[in-house]
Every structure is written in C-alpha cells, then in structure tokens.
Write a protein that binds this ligand. Structure first.
Ligand SMILES: C=C1C[C@]23C[C@H]1CC[C@H]2[C@@]12CCC[C@@](C)(C(=O)O1)[C@H]2[C@@H]3C(=O)O
Ligand SMILES: O=C(O)CCC(=O)C(=O)O
Ligand SMILES: [Fe+2]
Length: 349
C-alpha cells in the first residue's frame, strides 16, 4: 500500500538541485536563488479580517452540513474535537525540531533519492518554479526507520514510534472525515469499500520553514493544491499558511493549538465533479521565528479508478483515471494537471 505510493513517484525522478535544501542558517541575506519576483505582502491587509475558513466542531450535530458547505466554498476548514491528542502532535513537532536543527551534513544522510519519495529534502514541486523555496521537508510513508537510521543509527526508535503513532491516529480521523464527505456526496458502497481497509494511500510530511532574513521576497511553500483526497495539517504556533479564495486573495489561517486544518485535495475535487474545491494554498515565512508544520495526506489506493460523481444527468467534467495516472500527469504538469484531464474545453475547475 505505502510502497505503491512511493512507486507511483519512482517514474518521475528529480534533479539533486531540487532535492537538497540550502544550509539556511548560514545566510544573513536572502540569496538571489531564493528571491521571488513578486512580493508576498500584497494581501497582508486581509490577514485575520474574519474572511477565513470556518472552524468546525467534529462533535457538533451540524458538523456534516458545515463540512459540506466549507468544502464547496473554500475547499478547506479547521477542525476541533478531532480526537488526536495534543501531546502526540507536540511530540511530532519536537521530533521534527530535533531533526531539522541538525547541521546540513547530518540531514543529507537521509536525503530523498532522485526517484525516491521518502526522506529529507525540498518540496517535490520545486522544479515547477523559477526560484527556490525557504523550506525543508521530511517525507514519511509507513515506517521512517530506513531513512532516520542513516542519521541516528542508535537513536532512531523514539522518532519512528512517534511518527507511526501519528499516522495511526491520523488514519482513524481521516476515515471519519471520508465517511462524512462520502455521505454528503452520496458515494456508492462500491466506490468507498477501500475506506477503513488497509488499502489506502498515506504520507506524513514534516515541514520546516527557517527564520528568514528577507521574508517579503522569500516563499516558504509555493502555491499548490494537494494531490490527495484531503490533507490534515497541524501548524505549530507560528502562522504562515495562506489559502486562496477567488475575489478575496490569499488569507492567513492562524494556528490554534487544538485545531487541525483540513484541505481538500485534487482527488476529491475530481471525485466530486468540481462540487468541492481543492484549495490553492501557499506558505509565507517570517524573520522572527522558525516555523514547523505536519501534514497527513490521505487518499484511495493507487490503482483506484477516480470517476467523477455525476448527479441528475450532469456530465462528468473530468475523464476517469487511476490515482497513479493522476500522480504521473501532475508530476509532469503540476497545476495544469486538472485542465489536462478536463472534458470541458479551457476549464479545469
Ligand atoms: C503524498 C504526497 C503528497 C506530496 C507528494 C507526496 C509526498 C510529499 C507531498 C508534498 C508535501 C509538501 C507539498 C507538496 C505539494 C510537495 O511538494 O510534496 C506535497 C505533495 C502533493 O500534495 O502533491
Ligand atoms: O506548512 C503549512 O502550513 C502547509 C504545508 C503544505 O501545504 C503541505 O505540506 O502540503
Ligand atoms: Fe499543501
């Protein structure tokens, strides 16, 4: 299951320059390679002005309805009473901190290989942008032991236990959210029988955005949508995540310790025949503190046929394809992927 998700990425190797992050702490000024043409402050005035994704209580009897509305309007929502213990999430951030604070020469011992999917490195979307991001990542699919053993040969167990426990808890929550969403969409038993089995795709991504000397010109994570059914995200104290909304621009999602952000991904956008948006989001950095986040990507197995759900005689807006095929198309085209599989001329969304 997890091995097949890494296999789906194996056919799309990256160049080393797009895998090895800079030794960020050695820079007092922003290098030109990381200076983005347009600044990030154009929508700063929109920060925390109330026009933001809703906070939904999973225990609220209206949760299902609210989730449906949020997915239609934003492609994202925040979730409280989600059942994941806060101390586990805090441990994940602590372990991430322990890892990312190592010198570069230690971290690159677990460097993602050119055709690999797991380990330490820059964001996979890096080759699609003219500048580099102010970001380091660590990708986990299943047990991270093979990768962390390279860094901590005698002291890898605690890290692995925490990450595996996190994936286990996230999976349970992801199944609950999937059941709610599939209920809203009226997805058939045939289409949802993978939910709750062990035949699904998952990945845990640790993100680190070091404190940056020139944050307005830098980019933490470039605008993207996630290649998942949906993604569950926890940001540690520092804000930086921004979600794009048509007619509004990028709005900051302030972190709340006990709240998770759920982002609808491309697969759900396709499955719902565009009823649910997939949120376009990015991460901005700051010059005061380091920022950490942890993201859990969840979706159907790679050989699952993603077919848009058509209601009341409406036409499918996308052609049906497997998760693996979609990953392949996106690996070559990034945001062009949805338009490429669109059945409507000049419309991917
Ligand atoms: C299961 C996934 C989802 C991946 C690819 C693979 C492993 C790593 C994920 C991320 C994490 C960082 C942002 C992103 C855009 C990236 O560059 O790597 C994500 C990407 C996607 O959502 O496409
Ligand atoms: O760091 C964040 O808040 C967002 C990370 C993200 O978008 C991702 O990992 O896909
Ligand atoms: Fe993302």
């Amino acid at each position: 299951m997890n091995t097949t998700l890494s296999e789906a990425y194996r056919d799309h190797p990256l160049h080393l320059q797009h895998i090895i992050p800079l030794e960020f702490s050695s820079f007092r000024t922003l290098p030109d390679s990381h200076a983005w043409p347009q600044s990030n402050d154009d929508n700063d005035h929109l920060t925390s002005n109330g026009s933001c994704i809703p906070i939904i209580d999973l225990k609220d009897p209206n949760a299902m309805e609210e989730i449906g509305l949020a997915c239609e309007k934003w492609g994202a929502f925040q979730l409280k009473n989600h059942g994941i213990p806060l101390n586990l999430i805090e441990e994940v951030h602590e372990e991430a901190k322990r890892l990312f604070s190592l010198p570069s020469k230690e971290k690159i011992k677990a460097l993602r290989s050119a055709g690999g999917a797991t380990g330490y490195g820059s964001a996979r979307i890096s080759p699609f942008f003219p500048k580099f991001m102010w970001h380091e990542g660590f990708t986990i699919m299943g047990s991270p032991s093979n990768d962390v053993k390279e860094i901590w040969p005698n002291d890898y167990k605690y890290f692995c236990d925490i990450m595996e426990e996190c994936q286990k808890q996230m999976k349970t929550l992801a199944e609950k959210i999937t059941n709610i969403i599939f209920n809203i969409l009226g997805i058939s038993k045939e289409q949802n029988k993978w939910v709750g089995s062990n035949n699904h795709c998952e990945a845990l991504q640790l993100n680190f955005y070091p404190c940056c000397p020139d944050p307005k010109k830098a980019m933490g994570l470039a605008p993207h949508t996630d290649t998942s059914l949906f993604t569950i995200l926890h940001q540690s104290q520092t804000s930086g995540l921004q979600i794009f909304k048509e007619g509004v621009g990028y709005t900051t999602v302030d972190p709340h310790p006990n709240t998770l952000v759920v982002n609808t991904g491309d697969i759900l956008h396709i499955l719902s025949n565009s009823r649910f948006r997939c949120s376009l989001h990015r991460v901005v950095v700051n010059d005061i503190r380091d920022r950490y986040s942890v993201a859990y990507f969840y979706g159907p197995p790679v050989d699952y046929l993603v077919s848009p759900l058509v209601v009341d005689g409406s036409l499918p807006r996308f052609r049906s394809l497997t998760v693996k095929d979609y990953i392949g198309i996106k690996a070559k085209n990034l945001e062009g992927a949805l338009s490429l599989i669109s059945t409507l001329p000049h419309d991917g969304n």
